[in-house]
Design a protein around this ligand. Structure first.
Ligand SMILES: *[C@@H]1O[C@H](CO)[C@@H](O)[C@H](O)[C@H]1NC(C)=O
Ligand SMILES: *[C@@H]1O[C@H](CO)[C@@H](O)[C@H](O)[C@H]1NC(C)=O
Ligand SMILES: *[C@@H]1O[C@H](CO)[C@@H](O)[C@H](O)[C@H]1NC(C)=O
Length: 323
C-alpha cells in the first residue's frame, strides 16, 4: 500500500531519469575538475629558469649503478673543447677510480653558430658526456646552467652520494676527495662544503657587477654563499634546491643564487667552510703548495691554465702515489 503511494509520487521511470541526469552532471563536473587540476599541476611544474629542455642529453650515464660516489658537473663554455679534453685526459677519466664509481658531465648552453654546434655534436657522439640546455650560453646566463645541473642530477643521477660542481679551469684531486669524504664514511646529509664567503660585498662594478636595483640597500649580501670554483654538495639536497628554483627569481651570479638564495629557501642546509684540511680556495698558489708540501698540501682543487695542466696533473698523481 505504502509502496503504491510512493511510486505514485515518484514514478520509477522518473527516478531513473533523475538519477541518470544527476550522474551525467557529476561525471561531467568530475572530468572538468580533473582536467583543471592537471592543468594547475602542470602549470606549477613549469620551472621559469630551466624546465628540462635539453638540446643534448645522455640519460643513461648513471643508470647502470646503484651506488655512485660522486657525479662531477663541470660548468664549461660551449667553445671550450680544449679544456674539456684536458679534463677527460686527466682527473676526468673515471676508470682511474674504480671500483669507486665516479661520473662526469659537462654543462653547456646553446650556441648560434651551426659549425660550432656540429663540433659539439660530434664531441657528444664520441664521449656521450655533453649536457646542453636550450638557453644561450653566455656569461650572464650562468644561473641557467646551474639550475640545469640541479635538474639533471635530480632526474638522471639522483643516487649520487656527492655532487661536485667544478669550473673547467682546474685540476681536481679525486683521490684525495675519495680519501677525505668517502673512505672515512663521513657522509653528512644536508651539507655543502666550499670556500664560504660570509656576507661578501655586493659588487656594483667589474666582472661580477650586480644591477643597482637588486640588493638595493645592501653593501654586503645578507647571507653567506660559496665561491663557485669548487663546491661539494651532499646529494640529498639537490632535488630540494631544484624545487626551490621554481619560486626564487633568477639572480645571475650562480653561486650566490644556488648556495645563498636557494639554500636559504630550502632551509636546514649547513655550509661547511673548507680552509683546513680540504682547501677549496681558488688560489693561484696551488701548484706551489703541491710542489712544496706534496701530501701535506691540503688543496683538493688547483686552478690551472693550458700551459700547466700537465705539470699540475703530474704533481697530483705523484702525491697520491699513482705512476
Ligand atoms: C651515455 O653515457 C654512457 C656511459 O658513459 C655511454 O656508454 C653511452 O654511450 C652514452 N650514450 C649516448 C647517447 O651518448
Ligand atoms: C640567456 O638565455 C636566455 C634564454 O635562452 C635568453 O633569453 C637571454 O638572452 C640569455 N642572456 C644572455 C646574456 O645571452
Ligand atoms: C699535455 O699532455 C698531453 C697528453 O700527454 C699532450 O697531448 C699535450 O700536448 C700536453 N700539453 C702540454 C701543454 O704540454
Amino acid at each position: 500500500m505504502g509502496c503504491g503511494k510512493w511510486s505514485s509520487l515518484f514514478p520509477s521511470s522518473k527516478i531513473l531519469n533523475y538519477l541518470k541526469y544527476t550522474a551525467a552532471v557529476f561525471i561531467l563536473l568530475y572530468v572538468l575538475l580533473v582536467q583543471k587540476l592537471n592543468f594547475l599541476l602542470h602549470e606549477k611544474k613549469n620551472n621559469p629558469i630551466f624546465n628540462g629542455d635539453y638540446v643534448l642529453n645522455n640519460d643513461t650515464i648513471c643508470y647502470d649503478q646503484e651506488k655512485i660516489t660522486a657525479v662531477v658537473i663541470v660548468h664549461t663554455s660551449s667553445d671550450h673543447f680544449v679544456q674539456r679534453q684536458s679534463i677527460r685526459n686527466t682527473y676526468g677519466s673515471m676508470a682511474l677510480y674504480l671500483p669507486v664509481q665516479i661520473r662526469i658531465v659537462f654543462l653547456l648552453g646553446r650556441v648560434s653558430s651551426k659549425e660550432l654546434q656540429n663540433e659539439i655534436l660530434s664531441e657528444h657522439d664520441k664521449y656521450g658526456d655533453i649536457i646542453q640546455g636550450n638557453f644561450i650560453d653566455a656569461y650572464h646566463n650562468l644561473t641557467y646552467k646551474a639550475v640545469m645541473g640541479l635538474h639533471w642530477v635530480s632526474h638522471y643521477c639522483p643516487q649520487a652520494k656527492y655532487v661536485v660542481k667544478l669550473d673547467d679551469d682546474l685540476i681536481f684531486d679525486m683521490w684525495r676527495f675519495i680519501k677525505m669524504f668517502d673512505a672515512r664514511d663521513l657522509y653528512v646529509s644536508k651539507t655543502i662544503y666550499c670556500y664560504v664567503r660570509d656576507r661578501g660585498i655586493v659588487p656594483r662594478e667589474g666582472k661580477w657587477k650586480v644591477p643597482d636595483h637588486l640588493f638595493k640597500e645592501y653593501t654586503y649580501y645578507p647571507f653567506a654563499h660559496c665561491i663557485g670554483f669548487t663546491v661539494i654538495y651532499s646529494g640529498d639536497i639537490i632535488p630540494h634546491l631544484y624545487e626551490a628554483s621554481f619560486k626564487i627569481p633568477l639572480f645571475w651570479l650562480d653561486d650566490v643564487y644556488v648556495t645563498g638564495l636557494l639554500r636559504l629557501a630550502v632551509g636546514g642546509i649547513q655550509l661547511i667552510q673548507q680552509t683546513q684540511p680540504n682547501n677549496l680556495e681558488p688560489s693561484k698558489n696551488g701548484m706551489r703548495c703541491l710542489e712544496e708540501k706534496d701530501e701535506d698540501c691540503t688543496y683538493l682543487a688547483v686552478g690551472v691554465a693550458e700551459n700547466n695542466i700537465n705539470s699540475t696533473w703530474s704533481a697530483v698523481k705523484r702525491r697520491n702515489h699513482i705512476i
